[in-house]
Design a protein around this ligand. Structure first.
Ligand code: ARG
Length: 459
């Protein structure tokens, strides 16, 4: 009988395909450990509430502990007749303890049970992912430190804009991840609230001590409303949002690195350990790991949109639609647990080509500095901008680089240009001028590096 957990009111079993459709064991089995942890706490709470005796509690806890070791060793495997992780574990418990195991589910529903399992799982997943994000952050800080002094063109609209320090650019990918880790930390606080004791939706009729339960399970608070407690999937949605942001941030980094590995740029070269070849073209060394990062970020957005769509029209309390929360969350977590170490590895092993970066710098990238030269001589910036624009056009027409234009051409535009104008064409000086906190000057970036290191010490 496939429906033995709730089969009492049914005269026939479920259609086999409907059974498979309904079952969640294929993907919720990974909740086995947290499910057992929740059940052990529940058995203790039932004893404290006078529902079961101390002896019964001990038999149940012993049984659950045995199931746990069987799960860990792989000795106990779920069967096709197990509907979900909860029923599988209860079945095994009763097999091990006899009828006393059947007392465990008193006053509890799978609705508050799954909400509790998922809460416990999410808290652990948050910690796991946080540690992986930190790995990428450390790789970025180490790069920023080791690559200090290298200059490359900074791009907006993919057009050369102003020179920047490579370290500054590496760190520009550090701070988004810092915000993501703050989001994870805040989510952890919000998520760590206990739904157990909410029953199916109305609360449990037994006087269980919910604060004791929360304490046993390492959670700081208990849910204030049993209906909300069994319908709430905010943490799952937030987890997907933060996961999506992390993937999105890595995707933007990946996009730039892919471009920089092309022959036309040649700014960086990936290690063989993170590149793949072509089945046809022997010369190819492809940045597949980075492309997958970009692609998986897209899939991640779909998971978030998917869960939000499931939640948006749901009636009050538990509906089976909520079972759709697991797969996207598990997949998001699994994806990040590969993506993050891979990106960290890419960063640690890639080779930077400073000479290519330097060669790419077009002196026109210093046009803003040229305008600032005039500003220092009292010209309003708007006029200086227009004058330098004319100079850029003139150089372009004469097919000269901006720094090759003779002084007399500068002076045709403004007599304020003097011999010292050629001093403007100095990438180092341009960078050093941007010495505001958060700017790209070496001194400012050194301070930023310290701030990044400090963040890693504190988080
Ligand atoms: N497998 C279910 C889920 O993942 C567990 C809760 C089932 N509750 C119920 N009343 N059918 O959501």
């Amino acid at each position: 009988d496939m429906s033995k957990l709730w089969g009492g009111r049914f005269s026939s079993g479920l259609d086999p395909i409907a059974w498979e459709y309904n079952a969640s064991i294929s993907f919720d089995w990974r909740l086995a450990e947290v499910d057992i942890r929740g059940s052990i706490a529940w058995a203790k709470a039932l004893m404290k509430a006078g529902v079961i005796s101390l002896d019964e509690q001990q038999q149940i806890v012993k049984g659950l502990t045995d199931v746990l070791s069987e799960v860990r060793s792989g000795k106990f495997k779920h069967e096709p007749t197990d509907e979900d992780v909860h029923t599988a574990i209860e079945r095994r418990l009763i097999e091990l303890t006899g009828p006393v195991g059947g007392k465990l589910h008193t006053g509890r529903s799978r609705n508050d049970q799954i909400a509790t399992d998922f809460t416990l799982w999410l808290v652990e997943a948050i910690d796991r992912i946080d540690a992986f994000v930190k790995l990428v952050q450390s790789a970025l800080v180490d790069r920023a430190e080791n690559d200090f002094g290298i200059i490359l063109p900074g791009y907006t609209h993919f057009q050369q804009s102003q020179p920047i320090l490579l370290s500054h650019w590496w760190l520009s990918h550090f701070w988004p991840l810092a915000r993501d880790r703050q989001r994870l930390g805040q989510l952890r606080e919000r998520a760590a609230v206990l739904p157990l004791g909410s029953g199916a939706l109305a609360g449990t009729p037994y006087p269980v001590d919910r604060k004791f339960l929360a304490n046993q399970l390492g959670l700081k608070a208990i849910t204030p409303n049993s209906i909300d407690a069994v319908s709430n999937r905010d943490s799952a949605a937030e987890f997907l949002f933060v996961s999506t942001m992390i993937a999105l941030h890595l995707s933007r980094l990946a996009e730039m690195l892919i471009l920089y590995t092309s022959a036309e740029f040649g700014f960086i070269e990936l290690s063989d350990a993170y590149s793949t070849g072509s089945s046809l073209m022997p010369q190819k060394k492809n940045p597949d790991t980075l492309e997958l990062t970009r692609g998986k970020a897209g899939t991640m957005i779909g998971r978030l949109a998917g869960l939000l769509s499931v939640l948006k029209g749901l009636p009050s309390a538990y509906d089976k639609d909520l079972q759709e929360d697991k797969v996207p969350v598990f997949e998001a977590s699994d994806t990040l647990c590969l993506m993050l170490p891979v990106v960290a590895g890419v960063l640690r092993t890639l080779e930077v080509h400073p000479e290519k970066m330097h060669k790419a710098l077009d002196p026109a990238i210093l046009a803003t500095d040229l305008a600032d030269y005039l500003v220092r001589k009292g010209v309003p910036f708007r006029q200086a901008h227009a004058m330098v624009g004319q100079i850029v056009r003139r150089a372009h027409d004469l097919n000269l680089l901006l720094n090759q234009l003779p002084l007399k051409e500068f002076q045709k535009v403004s007599p304020l240009f003097e011999e010292d104008v050629h001093g403007v064409f100095d990438f180092q000086a341009s960078i050093a001028h941007r010495n505001v906190p958060g700017g790209t000057s070496p001194a400012a970036v050194q301070i930023q590096l310290q701030q990044a290191r400090q963040f890693l010490e504190q988080h």
